[in-house]
Ligand binder design. Structure first.
Ligand SMILES: *[C@@H]1O[C@H](CO)[C@@H](O)[C@H](O)[C@H]1NC(C)=O
Ligand SMILES: *[C@@H]1O[C@H](CO)[C@@H](O)[C@H](O)[C@H]1NC(C)=O
Length: 505
């Protein structure tokens, strides 16, 4: 009663004028003073019946989805409709007024709250005026920037979909007093939804829960609106997936680069480093939770492990490439397993041995053979030429040119004989015997040296062969790594892309 009078005092600035004057003033006086209206009273005709409230939700905008704190920030207009049995009038009596707008504090309003609110004030709605119609139906649309908890699952990030539930219900009335119903069984209203750059709205379905406990007669009614959103992947595709793919495919180049270029390791480490730097950037965009490992995280992990292994195997390849007979003997299992079986599996083959020899030791071998031939033919030639020399000396003085192998005799003739030809005629015989002994000695020496050279060349050839075995093993391992790396990149990429629930949104 006292409250009603107070209200009347507020509505009628001049108490004497109340009951006369404008229609709206008369109407307000009729509703709130004459009929002893109290906002505390539940506006039902029969107290044993619940008041039906039709509720709906107008999603205006998704402001932010905070994956770390599991909070979704939305702009929502709630909409509640009920029929107040004590706010009915005849419009004809009051100048045709069919609706009035009353502050929410002045009339009974359902105390419907969002149960999973994460706001500091809990109820973040703005209490606007209630529109009351002449038949008693009330429409109240409190807008609000709502923060609500949301169970965000980032397993499929960045191809994820989130379902954020919002549970609405009367805080103090159970089902016996307030019957909460959804206005539209299809769900919330999204006609005025403002599109979000990061999230695509799939729908806002609604579910009505009526929970009854065995102990008590009352039922508890709530409405759960689910904001179903899907992350748009274009941003992540262009800024994360494609650069990562490029970097990971660069690690394939690592196995194509020949070891002699000397850049294999530096390329590998550079790729690893660039991947790390890139990961730092990506880590900032990823939701920092440990609840689940996001898909993209697994992908990065795969790529990083692969690149690290690439560097490791490159070291192995380089190690093999620079091995030689002086430090390593090739174990038979490498010779058979890598150079024969694995090479066959990878369809790699070396040019045949003869060709290789020809190409590698063409000049050396030719030299060796020539020198051998020379050595073998040297002694008979020499004796022959000695005879001829003697004859020539006797017949027509000194002519250095002889029949047959002129170069051989040229080469074996001691230089003093040639340069001092005037003295030769004087002591011919003594000089010749001296020369013969000297030549034999020299020849023995030469033979010895030539054998040494031949042996050395043979050794060189064998070393080259062993080295080429190692180099071929390195090549085979390099190729094996290339295939494995290619397969791993393709499989991991395809697996990630195929396991994603959706690709483009
Ligand atoms: C109120 O509703 C109950 C249950 O429907 C009914 O039994 C009772 O008669 C009603 N009272 C009045 C005054 O209409
Ligand atoms: C609530 O919705 C029901 C079913 O659509 C309807 O019959 C009833 O009149 C509505 N109540 C109000 C107050 O709008």
């Amino acid at each position: 009663m006292a409250r009603g009078l107070l209200l009347a005092g507020m509505i009628c600035l001049f108490p004497g004028d109340c009951g006369a004057g404008s229609d709206e003033r008369r109407l307000l006086h009729f509703l709130f003073v004459e009929r002893f209206y109290s906002p505390l009273e539940r506006p039902v005709a029969n107290e044993s019946l619940p008041i039906r409230v039709n509720f709906t939700l107008d999603l205006q905008q998704i402001i932010d989805v905070d994956e770390k704190n599991q909070i979704i920030h939305t702009n929502i207009w709630l909409q509640m409709k009920w029929r107040a049995a004590n706010l009915v009038w005849d419009p004809l009596e009051y100048g045709g007024i069919t609706t009035i707008r009353v502050p929410a504090q002045k009339v009974w309003i359902p105390d419907i709250l969002m149960y999973n609110s994460a706001d500091e004030k809990f109820d973040a709605t703005f209490h606007t005026k209630v529109v009351v119609s002449s038949d008693g139906s009330c429409l109240w649309v409190p807008p609000g920037m709502l923060k609500s908890t949301c169970d965000i699952d980032i397993t499929w990030f960045p191809f994820d979909e989130q379902k954020c539930e919002m549970k609405f219900g009367s805080w103090s009335h159970d089902g016996r007093f307030l019957d909460l119903h959804e206005e539209d069984p299809a769900g919330g209203n999204t006609r005025t939804f403002y599109p979000n750059g990061e999230w695509q709205l799939i729908g806002v379905p609604v579910r009505r829960n009526v929970v009854a406990y065995e102990c008590c007669p009352e039922v508890y009614i709530d409405l759960v609106y689910t904001i179903h959103i899907r992350r748009r992947t274009l941003y992540y595709g262009f800024n994360i997936i494609i650069p990562c793919l490029l970097i990971s495919s660069m690690s394939l180049l690592l196995f194509l680069l020949p070891p002699d270029a000397g850049e294999k390791i530096s390329l590998g480490v550079t790729i690893l480093l660039s991947l790390m730097v890139f990961l730092l950037l990506v880590a900032e965009t990823m939701p920092p939770t440990s609840d689940a490992l996001p898909l993209i995280g697994i992908y990065f992990c795969c790529i990083m492990v692969m690149t690290s292994l690439s560097v490791l195997f490159t070291v192995v390849v380089l190690n093999f490439h620079y091995r030689g007979p002086e430090t390593h003997t090739m174990p038979p299992w490498i010779k058979l397993g890598v150079n024969v079986v694995l090479a066959k599996v990878l369809r790699m083959s070396r040019p045949p041995l003869v060709k290789r020899r020809q190409s590698v030791c063409r000049y050396r071998l030719a030299d060796v053979q020539a020198s051998e031939r020379t050595t073998h033919s040297l002694l008979p030639n020499l004796l022959e030429s000695e005879e001829e020399y003697r004859h020539q000396q006797e017949s027509n003085g000194l002519s250095r040119h002889t029949r047959g192998s002129s170069c051989t005799s040229d080469w074996i003739r001691p230089p003093p004989l040639v340069s001092r030809d005037t003295h030769v005629q004087q002591g011919d015989d003594t000089m010749l015997t001296e020369c013969c002994g000297h030549v034999t000695r020299e020849l023995t020496n030469v033979l010895h040296e030539v054998r040494k050279i031949t042996a050395r060349l043979r050794q060189d050839e064998e070393e080259t062969e062993v080295k080429s075995e190692w180099r071929f093993a390195a090549l085979v391992i390099d190729r094996l790594c290339l295939w494995i790396c290619l397969a791993a990149t393709l499989i991991s990429t395809l697996a990630i892309l195929c396991s994603a629930p959706h690709l483009i949104a």
